[in-house]
Design a protein. Structure first.
Length: 109
């Protein structure tokens, strides 16, 4: 018997908490995932795992999802992830632009 997957929980835009967002972004792996998602309309967990163990990657995606940074949707057996950029911008104006801009200035150094 195949059991259905549990529905994934995503906070509503008005429930996003700055401290949770900043905590999620404080980890280099999660920050890298967010930066990579910023350049694409969506990506699977496998596209973003960087060769890390599945259990570790699952944890990072859960933290990103629960903080409200990403939305994960199931497409069959694949989890597709999208950055919730518009919702984050509405809740915390300029935050994502500043974070993503920092990457550009660091890489340009």
């Amino acid at each position: 018997m195949i059991l259905p997957m549990r529905p994934l929980k995503h906070p509503a835009a008005h429930e996003l908490i700055l401290e949770r967002v900043l905590y999620a972004l404080s980890d280099p792996v999660r920050l890298d995932i967010v930066r990579r998602l910023s350049g694409v309309p969506g990506a699977s967990c496998g596209d973003l795992d960087g060769g890390r163990p599945k259990s570790t990657v699952s944890h990072h995606f859960r933290v990103l999802r629960e903080s409200g940074l990403i939305r994960t949707e199931c497409a069959g057996t694949t989890h597709m992830n999208k950055l919730r950029r518009a919702e984050l911008e509405a809740r915390f104006p300029g935050l994502m632009a500043a974070i993503l801009e920092q990457r550009a200035s660091v890489e340009g150094s």
